[in-house]
Design a protein. Structure first.
Length: 201
């Protein structure tokens, strides 16, 4: 496994510990756990900024990286928001907007991988992830120091940009739906041909 792929795999492995520390930090009212979670989350976010450019620089891009990189980002955000919301650590509406967009995006990534044409990351998606990371870190830190307004403001900003990039992603994915329709039609045609051949026998 290449170094960029290891960074991506590490980010996947950090999802559960990070979300768990956030939940325990709020449940036990332990700021130290929240600050630790914020540090781990920040490290995971930095690894996302490194692995892609590093893979291109080393000319070692892989199918695993193309598929797992965006999935790890979305799982990290979703898990941390899921840990924040039950304790009132994140505003529900922005968190819901982000969650709906990322769950839908995961479906698109899965579909594109199944069709053999993984979606490529773009500037909008990367900037969206940065805003989401900033919001999550601010909310987690506020769980320890108290409300500052930064978490609320950054959450709504991240949710707004997430919605915009979500619409753009669905527009970009129109080719996937056409490809899926073609594949389904081809599959039905093949099944009809096989059935007809069996009947002839």
């Amino acid at each position: 496994m290449t170094v960029p792929d290891r960074l991506t795999a590490l980010r996947l492995l950090l999802v559960a510990p990070c979300a768990g520390l956030i939940a325990l930090g709020f449940a036990w009212r332990a700021p130290a756990l929240l600050y630790t979670a914020a540090a781990i989350f920040t490290g995971a976010g930095i690894s996302d900024a490194i692995d892609g450019p590093l893979a291109r620089r080393l000319a070692c891009e892989s199918r695993f990286g193309r598929i797992a990189d965006p999935i790890s980002d979305k799982l990290l955000i979703l898990a941390c928001l899921a840990a924040l919301c039950p304790f009132g650590g994140a505003p529900v509406i922005p968190a819901g907007v982000i969650a709906l967009r990322e769950i839908g995006s995961l479906g698109l990534w899965a579909l594109s991988a199944w069709l053999g044409a993984p979606l490529s990351p773009n500037v909008g998606g990367k900037s969206k992830f940065f805003l989401q990371c900033f919001a999550v870190v601010a909310l987690v830190i506020e769980g320890g120091v108290g409300p500052t307004g930064i978490g609320l403001w950054s959450s709504w900003t991240a949710a707004g940009w997430t919605a915009v990039t979500g619409v753009h992603q669905w527009i970009r994915s129109r080719g996937l739906w056409r490809a899926l329709g073609d594949q389904l039609r081809d599959g039905r045609g093949e099944r009809r041909t096989v059935r007809a051949a069996e009947e002839d026998r």
